[in-house]
Each structure stands twice: as C-alpha cells, then as structure tokens.
Design a protein around this ligand. Structure first.
Ligand code: ARG
Length: 579
C-alpha cells in the first residue's frame, strides 16, 4: 500500500478499536483518493450497520477517536458520512525527502518473499519470420521480467523457441542442398520466411526431395549425429535473426535463456509413461490422451489433451508438460508465467490442470497464462501486408524508427547526426513498445504509428520528452551554478500533488509485478508526467529568485526524472538525454 494510505489505515484502525471495540480493529477504513481533499475515509457507511447508528454519527465518533497528529489536518464530514482528509504538507515533504534518499530505492520495497519466477515469453519459431504476434509476447514478457527483477525477485527467462518437429526434415535437406555458407543459407539470418518457403516449394513440387525430407525427420528424431549437427547450424543461423530483432527492440533475452521445444525431447517419453502409470492417460482413437477434469467439448464429451499421436509423435502439449515439470522441479520456480496469445487459453488451462493432476504443479506454485491480445490493422482485422501475408516485424520496426527520424530531424536539426539517430531509435522503438504495453495485455489494439509516436497523450514520446525536459533543466542549472536542495520542496498545491504521485511509484510497481499488468505502470507514469507538467507550469525553477525555493524545486524535478526513467526502464523503454 502507498505510504499515505498505509499511514492513514493504521491511524483509522486504532480509532475503530477505540470507538467501537477491539473487534473493529481489522475493519477496512476504505481510504480512497478524493475529489475534495487528498483522500477520504468511506468506512462510516459500512460500519453504521454493524454499530447500529446513523452513518453521520458514526463518522463523528470516528472523528472524535482518530489521532492524526503529524499526518493530516482534522478531517471534515461530508455527505452521508465521508471523512475528507487533507494530509499535512510537512508530512508529504518528509516522505518525499525519504524517497529521494538513495537507500529508499525510489520507494520500491524489498519483497516479503523473493520468488523465483520462470517467464515463458517471445518463443519465435526457427526458420520462420517473427511477426507482430511475437512482438507482443516479447515486449510484454520482457517488461514483466525487468519489473520483477527490480522488485527483488529472481527471474528465469524461458524462450520456448519452436526448434523441433516435422518441418525440420525439409529445412535440413534444403540447407544441405544449398550449402551452409551460400547466399540462400544467409536468408535464415535476414529473411527466414523466404528460406522456409523455398524449402516448402521443393517439398511440394519434388517427390524425391519430399522423400528425403521425410526420412531426415526420422534420422533427426533418432538422434543421428550428423543430422543433429546440421540442425544445430540451422538453429544457430535463426538465432542470429532473433538476436537482430531483440537488439533492435532492446529486449533482454540472450542465448542463455533459450529453452526450445527440442530441449524437452528426451523428457517426452518419461512424461507420457508417468501419465500412463498414474492412470491419467489412455488410448483414445489410437492416440494417447489425457482428459483433464472439467474440460468438456461442444459434443458434451470430455476434451482430450493429446500426449502421443497415433503415428508415435508427441503432441505440442506434451512439450508444455515437460516444460512445466522442469520449471518446478529443476528451476524451482515459485511462480510460472506464460506470455502467450489469448487463443491458447484453453490449451494452457488443460496443461495446467493435467500438471496438477499429475502432481507436478503443486498448490504452492502459481501458474499464470498472461493472455496476449491481437495487433490489428486499420480495418480491425489481424494486421497483415496489403497482399495479405503476415507482416515482418523487422520492417515494421524499421518503419517506426524511420518515421521517428523524420520527426526528430525536423524538431532538432541542431543536434549531431549520431545523436539524432539514437533519439530516433529510442522514440521509434519505444513508441511501438509503449503503445503495446499501455494497452491491457489481453485487449486487441490497432497498429497506428502516428498515434504511437505522438508527443501528446499516453505515449512513449510524451514521457521521453518529460524526461528530456527535466534533464535540460538540470543541465542549465549546472551551467548557472544552481545546486539542487537537500530535499524536494513540497509547499504549494502543484508540488504537493507531484510529491503524492511520486509516493505511488513503489506500490504501483509491486502491483504490476503481482498481477502481470504493465499497462498499470504506463497509466501511472502518464499521470506522473502530467503532474510534473502542472507543477512546472505553476512553479518556475530556474527563474525563481529565492535560492532555497529554487533548489527545492530542482530536487523535486530531479526526483521525478529518476522515477520516470526507472519506470520506463522497467518497461524496457529508453529515455534520451535530449529531444
Ligand atoms: N512457438 C509458438 C508460436 O510461435 C509459441 C510457443 C508458446 N510457448 C509455449 N510454451 N507454448 O506460435
């Protein structure tokens, strides 16, 4: 709970115990932000029934009992029994001063328990293009990983890449045909879909090739050494491509985080055997299936999760079961999050339920499907190219940076070329990522570069501009020999409002990490930046003549800058020095 709400709750609960008896100590004082004051206590209406008195009289009794010394002014009773509370300005000032001290970590509390959190995110497929669907799972997953680390948890990133299965027979044969060092193989690093399609075309048009591809799958599955070597090369080349995208996106995933489908290959049989031994899996229509409890199809029949297909191949779900087992038993995860498309909700729920029935997913482990919505085009349909094929993520990102570059060139022709390029990257990529993150992760949104790169509204450029503006004030202050005061100044209304916003940072981050909701951090940062603008309009800094006032305001501005930058960093969005 944020500091003001926490302090008020404690004082009001003491008052409840004193006024109505010990059994009322735990009653919720219902402290909420108020239109008419800083906060209001809405408890009187609910307590009235329990106490057997009129709400306004209960409010008066609370008022008589509550001791707000040092924290707030005497509250006013309003309407049916609301208590309007104005915090003491010096109390807010003290809190802000504490927040500014290095040891407070901007109010990010140490966790009650440092969890190990395994996050499954990004998960592109080898020899395939990353598309806008992967943009969302990558960007949201990375923001959650960054946020949880800032909160003091241990994050184990799990990039569950698609690096196994039947298409690999055809991909390996094609790579063998064209040679690993040729131009065609280079496509894997630059335009993997082209490589895939060429292999596919041969597979469809050339019967001898198709035969080779089919027997190659068999040698691959059998673990043939030479085949595995070529497969490794194929994955290697694709990895270069993933990393080009991750670098471009400022995403923290590295090779160490790769835990592809292939890594569970030798676990699949063990998983199937145990499910059979436990009596959870049985043969149905030739396939080994589990029927997790509570999943009924439209035909009223239990829904199967396929473990082993009738041809002996293992299902996609089996890999997910092997993965969940690994994450709990080997990685010792307390929490597991899957940042995967909403469409896979049923699949994920069936995997979770099966893992519970098998005893792998225990009650002390929290498993969550962080459902990801779709990116839409202006027509409201899944974003595609004009010709109807899926959009290459790389071209989309390049376009964003280029568009941002155009804006910066116009806005700041005075800046050196390389700095303009850097800003364009931060704004273009940051704009795309932030637009994604500021939407609830399970909602769809329309991809609209103009809105994403706008300098107004809840956008990355608006926040980046707020940071750049404060940094420019700091630079000018330094030039003029102005030194920030020891503590942020909190006197006038705009300073108070800004300080109150700053106090919400730590608790907001905690909430984002617990509920996996980056859009709440975006909403917070937006309202913080707005509070800063209001403060700066009302309270000049460099133009202020009083040394103490000026120094205190500069300190408040610099604290705001630190919080904005830290918040953007939790989202994986860069803040340029100048804009
Ligand atoms: N590779 C899949 C795709 O690109 C996503 C995998 C999601 N992760 C998982 N554990 N099932 O669609």
């Amino acid at each position: 709970m944020p500091a003001p709400e926490l302090a008020l709750t404690e004082r009001f609960q003491s008052a409840f115990a004193q006024a109505f008896g010990e059994e009322f100590r735990d009653a919720d004082p219902i402290i909420r932000p108020s239109q008419f004051a800083d906060f209001q206590c809405n408890a009187a209406m609910g307590l009235a029934k329990r106490v057997g008195a009129k709400p306004r009289d209960v409010a008066q009794q609370i008022l008589d009992a509550v001791d707000l010394t040092g924290l707030a002014e005497t509250p006013e009773i309003a309407g049916p029994g609301f208590l309007n509370i104005r915090l003491r300005t010096d109390w807010i000032g003290n809190q802000a001063a504490e927040l500014a001290a290095p040891e407070s970590h901007l109010g990010i509390p140490a966790p009650d328990h440092a969890d190990t959190v395994a996050i499954d995110y990004s998960a592109p497929n080898v020899a395939k293009e990353m598309h806008v669907g992967h943009l969302r799972t990558t960007v949201v997953g990375d923001a959650l990983a960054r946020t949880l680390e800032k909160l003091g948890h241990t994050v184990v990133r799990q990039n569950h890449i698609g690096d196994w299965g039947t298409p690999f027979g055809m991909l390996i044969e094609h790579l063998l045909d064209v040679g690993e060092d040729g131009d065609e193989a280079k496509l894997l690093e630059s335009d993997p879909n082209a490589f895939y399609q060429h292999a596919r075309a041969k597979f469809d048009g050339d019967a001898a090739f198709a035969d080779r591809a089919r027997s190659r799958v068999v040698t691959l599955q059998a673990g043939d050494r030479q085949t595995l070597e070529i497969w490794t090369r194929l994955v290697e080349l694709s990895k270069q491509y993933f990393h080009r995208i991750y670098d471009m996106l400022d995403v923290t995933l590295t090779d160490d985080d790769l835990a592809g489908e292939s890594s569970y290959n030798d676990q699949l049989e063990i998983v199937a055997k145990q499910l059979e031994a436990d009596g959870l899996a049985r043969i149905s229509d030739g396939a080994l299936c589990v029927f997790p409890e509570g999943f009924i199809g439209r035909d009223e029949k239990p829904l199967p999760l396929i473990i082993r297909k009738s041809d002996g191949g293992y299902g996609y779900g089996t890999t997910d079961l092997a993965a969940i087992r690994h994450r709990i038993q080997d990685l010792r995860a307390d929490r597991i999050a899957y940042v995967i498309g909403s469409a896979q909700e049923l699949h994920m729920n069936m995997v979770f339920e099966t893992a519970r029935e098998a005893g792998w997913l225990t009650d002390d482990v929290e498993a969550t499907h962080v459902k990801i919505g779709s990116v839409l085009g202006e027509d409201g349909k899944i974003l595609r190219t004009r010709s109807g094929s899926s959009l290459r993520l790389m071209s989309l990102l390049e376009e964003a940076v280029q568009t941002a570059r155009g804006v910066i060139d116009e806005l700041r022709p005075d800046l050196p070329e390389d700095e303009r390029a850097e800003i364009a990257h931060a704004v273009g990529i940051g704009g795309v990522k932030y637009a994604d993150l500021s939407t609830a992760h399970d909602s769809d949104y329309v991809f609209d570069l103009e809105r994403m790169l706008a300098l107004t509204g809840n956008t990355a450029p608006y926040l980046q501009y707020a940071v750049a503006r404060i940094r420019s004030i700091s630079r000018r202050a330094a030039e003029q020999g102005i030194i920030a005061g020891p503590a942020p100044r909190v006197e006038n209304d705009a300073e108070r409002a800004l300080a109150l916003e700053l106090l919400q940072f730590g608790p907001t981050l905690v909430q984002v990490g617990a509920a996996y909701e980056p859009h709440r951090l975006c909403a917070y940062l937006f309202s913080l930046a707005q509070a800063f603008t209001a403060f700066y309009d009302a309270s000049p800094i460099l133009k202020e003549s009083d040394d103490e006032v000026r120094g205190g305001r500069l300190a408040l501005a610099e604290l705001t800058e630190r919080v904005l930058v830290e918040g953007l960093d939790a989202l994986g969005v860069r803040a340029p020095q100048r804009m």
